[in-house]
Design a binder for this molecule. Sequence first.
Ligand SMILES: Cc1cc2nc3c(=O)[nH]c(=O)nc-3n(C[C@H](O)[C@H](O)[C@H](O)COP(=O)(O)OP(=O)(O)OC[C@H]3O[C@@H](n4cnc5c(N)ncnc54)[C@H](O)[C@@H]3O)c2cc1C
Length: 370
Amino acid sequence: MDPVCDVLVIGGGIAGLSLVSELAGRRSGGSGVVLAESEPVLAHHTSGRSAEQLTPSYGPPPVRELTALTVAALLDPRPAPPRPLAWPSSKVLVGTVDQLRAESAPGTQELSRAALVELCPELACSPAELVQAGRLDTSSVRTDAAALVAWHRDRAAAAGVRILTGAPVTALDADDGGFTVTAGPHRLRARRVVDAAGAWADGVASLAGAAPLGLRPLRRTAALVRLAKPLAPDHPMVVAADHRWYYRRHGDGALVSPCEAVPSEPCDALPVAEDVEDLVAILNAVTSLGITGVVRAWTGLRTESPDGVPVCGFDPDVPGLLWLAGQSGYGFQTSSAMARAAADLLLEDAVGPWCSPGTAAALDPARFRR
Ligand SMILES: Cc1cc2nc3c(=O)[nH]c(=O)nc-3n(C[C@H](O)[C@H](O)[C@H](O)COP(=O)(O)OP(=O)(O)OC[C@H]3O[C@@H](n4cnc5c(N)ncnc54)[C@H](O)[C@@H]3O)c2cc1C
């Protein structure tokens, strides 16, 4: 007979791992929970390619609420991890006064150009008509994605969650009692299934007969570059308000991104050399960072829902299929709160009351089927 589990989570990125870790911390523990990941290693796709920044002023209102909750959880994780999962790291948006007004958010601080240049001296040479002012978020934090992934994995495994790698789910047959699943060499029965398959989430749900939500994988690149002179350890992340570039300190160099959002098929995304070359030219023109070379570049897929808000909820047509997808550029910053919402739905059938009813409703996949 096929082994039976209560919950099968498909996808070993930050979404799936945060969920199995959250389930491990609940009263029911992790027994009866299985995670299946296609790749031989966890977090191989987008979750291994992020900028590791969590900013409570970034994103639409539900995302901001989920981010504030996630930041609080990662600054004080239980049980305490061997090394910190998150630490304060400011972020400043820079641009014209009009652009910054459009991005205004509670808890952020307006900076004049003079104050901005004092904070970020490398912007002294930036065109005054383009960089008129700044908006500083001191509640922003950095995370260590690898440490966070390991912490979730270990917490889940210690509670009895079975983590299967090299186990692509290729069949998901729904019937009255649940699902019959093929995951690589494994065949199992699952009472409920969570679709945390990132860029592949629409395709995975279709295996169970669910209609797609219209998720859009969008390519985004980041690179590590060498600098003529290192940035100060407390230098904020600097983001152009027109979303054309960002940079932040990384050791003696910097992590930079051209912030592109190019539609892609679900795949192992690769950088386009010209994107990085153009970015280096732009940053060397608008700042005095003095980028002297590229150490390495990588690309991931930020997968967006049609309204830009992540999705967490049961499929309206396929009983027992829970979506945990569409995290776009907010997958780390919303991860703990999204996992909490998904665990609530699996264990209690309703989200909250730790988040506002508006945010819980905003995540429901049924909004795309009305
Ligand atoms: C350049 C860049 C910078 C970013 N910076 C930030 C940032 O600073 N802060 C932030 O919050 N977010 C950031 N993001 C976004 C964040 O990385 C994503 O939102 C997050 O990683 C998505 O996690 P996920 O688990 O949903 O997807 P993924 O990490 O892609 O995980 C999905 C997993 O599902 C697996 N899978 C797919 N199909 C199957 C199947 N059939 N069977 C089994 N497994 C399957 C895949 O192999 C994959 O491992 C950034 C993204 C990029 C690209």
